[in-house]
Design a protein around this ligand. Structure first.
Ligand code: PHE
Length: 344
């Protein structure tokens, strides 16, 4: 056998089979290149004529053998492709039908707001701490300088737990977490706390017996009212928008002295007032209570009031969300209608 033809046959065979194994090789192109009228095997057949007569038969037989091998391999490959394509064609799945959309949930708007608020303070270096929702009257009232004859200790103003013999209550604000945190840590400290609070209010557009508060506390040897104003100003600008202005009005809380009620410029009219429905023409919206930590509170947690000063403020999270998103009824947060919740 002519070694030239033999080696060419070997080369063609291995090249052809490798090509066939590749998914990008199209059957028509394969046929054209190897088996067709102008294909490689046909070229070889023409060379056979130039061989000595006694070698022609053997060469022809080998070429034919390869031709059969490649034809069979091509047929096998075609039926393999056909076999995988077929079930899709026969399938009962109608690919033209619209998809079955999965509804992935998201955070409740109150929690979104809670985390947005926390983020602002975390960026300023505050810790986030949590406390229990079931509290002792001591943490909720006494340690916060709210004496036992204070009106907010009235049974009707707070949920006491009868089966604990009225020893525990549902906290009415997040301020008891200040007490717990100060007892656990030593100044300097800067922290916020967020969570649920409870008050026996009849549900109304601006009231609900359960809501969420955030509270901020900063204590060190030289904390002044200026720090309170600075932190609040940054917070309000970050949370309500860069043009937000703050206003402090004198107020009273048993656990702060002096105390203030803080307003922000109206998120709708920007403080212009006039016929604005949200601020009722005032230009301002009441947003939170604040003040300098009362010396009696420091005494209750074992801090020397001569050495330390601090500020605290507390805010309703639902109220912040109502104002930020222009929602007019706090009850929407707990009714859980998807038409409401999906807007966030
Ligand atoms: N605890 C007060 C409330 O629930 C808010 C507050 C917190 C006021 C801290 C001043 C300082 O109304």
């Amino acid at each position: 056998m002519d070694t030239d033809i033999q080696s060419e046959l070997d080369k063609i065979k291995s090249e052809a089979l490798a090509a066939l194994a590749k998914p990008e090789t199209k059957p028509e192109e394969f046929e054209h290149r190897y088996l067709g009228r102008k294909g490689l095997l046909r070229d070889l057949t023409q060379k056979v004529g130039a061989l000595p007569t006694e070698k022609r038969g053997e060469a022809g037989r080998l070429i034919n053998e390869l031709k059969n091998t490649l034809t069979q391999a091509l047929a096998d490959q075609k039926s393999k492709l056909g076999a995988t394509a077929q079930p899709a064609a026969k399938s009962t799945i109608d690919l033209t039908l619209p998809g079955d959309r999965k509804h992935i949930g998201h955070l409740h708007p109150v929690y979104q707001t809670m985390y947005d608020i926390s983020d602002v303070f975390i960026r300023m270096g505050f810790d986030v701490v949590y406390g229990p929702e079931i509290e002792t009257p001591y943490h909720n009232f006494d340690a916060l300088n709210i004496p036992s004859d204070h009106p907010s200790r009235d049974n009707f103003d707070t949920f006491y737990l009868a089966d604990t013999n009225y020893k525990y209550l549902l906290r009415s604000h997040t301020s008891p977490v200040q007490i717990r945190a100060m007892k656990e840590r030593k100044p300097p400290l800067s922290l916020i706390t967020v969570g649920k609070v409870f008050r026996p209010d009849t549900p109304a557009p601006s009231r609900y017996p359960m809501f969420h508060q955030m509270e901020c506390l900063m204590v060190d040897t030289d904390i002044s009212f200026a720090h309170l104003k600075g932190v609040l100003d940054i917070f309000c600008k970050e949370f309500f928008g860069p043009d937000t202005k703050t206003r402090f009005r004198p107020s009273f809380f048993p656990f702060t002295e002096p105390s203030a009620e803080v307003d922000i410029s109206c998120v709708i009219c920007g403080g212009a007032g006039g016929s604005c429905g949200l601020c009722r023409g005032e230009g301002w919206l009441e947003i939170l209570g604040a003040g300098m930590v009362h010396p009696k509170v420091f005494e209750a947690v074992g801090y020397d009031p001569e050495e330390y000063t601090g500020f605290a403020f507390g805010m309703g999270i639902e109220r912040a969300a109502l104002l930020k998103y222009g929602i007019n009824d706090i009850r929407l947060f707990t009714e859980n209608h998807l038409r409401f919740l999906n807007q966030f």
